[in-house]
Design a binder for this molecule. Structure first.
Ligand SMILES: [Mg+2]
Length: 201
């Protein structure tokens, strides 16, 4: 944390994502200790909505002023609005694909009453284009999007990948690169079909 803050300088924005791996006590201790590095927010420090809400109360009582973002709690709770009703987060991380599309996310953003961060789940530029559509349609973006993940992939499927330049992604159409074989191998197809069947059961 210290090294990253040093490398970024004072103006750099620093976010943590614990993917729900901390208990309330652990999250409280860590966030209290890390607050000196000036965190923009901590994403999903604990797994459940109740834990996030408890953590936020503890942080407020202790005067620790670090925002909490909910990611998995929005997608996996079955009721994405429960996070705001429980006052479990300051920020909602919305990912277009797992939440059911751009329109669904726009409705959600309107109802949830929290700042929204549009993020990706490591899609190709085709998927990132959907995240861009959401980001561009939102009336405000209080925080930077998490959409610059195409550069992490070894291959992309479009002619000109959606990769940020100087921190900016330009809203534009993408075109599938011709002549390549986009079919997934049999194991990958089976794995995703099984996952789909599991989730729709
Ligand atoms: Mg996350």
């Amino acid at each position: 944390m210290e090294a990253v803050r040093d490398a970024l300088g004072a103006a750099g924005k620093l976010r943590l994502d614990a993917n729900g791996s901390w208990s309330v006590d652990e999250a409280f201790a860590r966030i209290k200790a890390y607050a000196k590095y000036d965190l923009e927010y901590v994403e999903q420090p604990c797994a459940s909505i109740d834990e996030l809400a408890e953590l936020r109360r503890k942080l407020a009582r202790a005067g620790v002023n670090v925002r909490i973002a909910a990611d998995e709690s929005i997608r996996h709770s079955g009721d994405p609005l429960r996070v705001s009703r429980a006052e479990a987060a300051d920020i909602a991380v919305l990912k277009v694909q797992p939440l059911g599309g751009v329109r669904r996310c726009l409705e959600l953003a309107e109802q949830i009453g929290l700042s929204v961060v549009v993020s990706s789940a490591l899609e190709t530029s085709v998927g990132i284009r959907m995240g861009l559509a959401l980001a561009a349609a939102l009336p405000t973006l209080d925080f930077a999007c998490g959409l610059n993940t195409v550069a992490l992939l070894s291959h992309d499927v479009v002619t000109t990948p959606l990769v940020a330049e100087h921190g900016q992604l330009t809203l534009r159409e993408v075109e599938l690169a011709p002549g390549a074989d986009w079919a997934a191998d049999a194991d990958t197809v089976t794995r995703w079909q099984q996952r789909r069947d599991r989730l729709s059961a």
